[in-house]
Ligand binder design. Structure first.
Ligand code: NI
Length: 163
């Protein structure tokens, strides 16, 4: 396994629309293993492939021991709305209240290509919704007010680049 470099806002690679995964082979499993290692080291609860510079529709998530490897997800139903604090490994040190569906139905495949049809609630639904957004180049900052967006842009722009 290897620890991958997590891209930080405003890296343009975070804005790409990721491609569907078609091969469920060794390369995918290796990427998943590296993403787990990277996510746990960074103390994140979710990590999407575009955040490590791989423009494919894949994310990993672990919310309180609920571990998911999610490939080619589609959120087919969303109900309710909840506001809660949310962070993102591509926005280190930033936590903002974001409104997300309280409950989602999400269909996806795992790293073996097995199909899943899951209903998730609460924070797990939030994590899966946040990570699915990454696959379409949508970021935490897009869910905030213009004022907060401007503040975060300024703060992230001033950060010394570690790459
Ligand atoms: Ni994120």
């Amino acid at each position: 396994m290897a620890v991958l470099n997590v891209l930080e806002y405003p890296d343009p690679a975070l804005r790409v629309t990721a491609s569907e995964v078609s091969e469920f082979g060794h390369a995918l499993k290796k990427l998943v293993a590296d993403m787990w290692e990277t996510m746990y080291l960074s103390k994140g609860v979710g990590l999407a492939a575009p955040q490590v510079g791989k423009p494919v529709r894949l994310f990993v998530a672990d919310w309180e021991g609920n571990r998911r490897v999610v490939v080619n997800p589609g959120i087919v139903e969303a109900d309710g709305a909840e506001r809660s604090d949310e962070g993102c490994l591509s926005f280190p040190g930033i936590y903002e209240r974001v409104t997300r569906p309280a409950k989602i139905r999400i269909v996806y495949r795992d790293e073996n290509g097995k199909r899943h049809d899951e209903t998730a609630e609460g924070y797990l639904a939030r994590v899966m919704s946040h990570e699915t957004d990454h696959l379409d180049g949508k970021l935490l900052i897009d869910n905030l007010s213009a004022l907060k967006r401007a503040f975060i842009r300024k703060k992230m722009g001033k950060k010394p680049r570690g790459r």
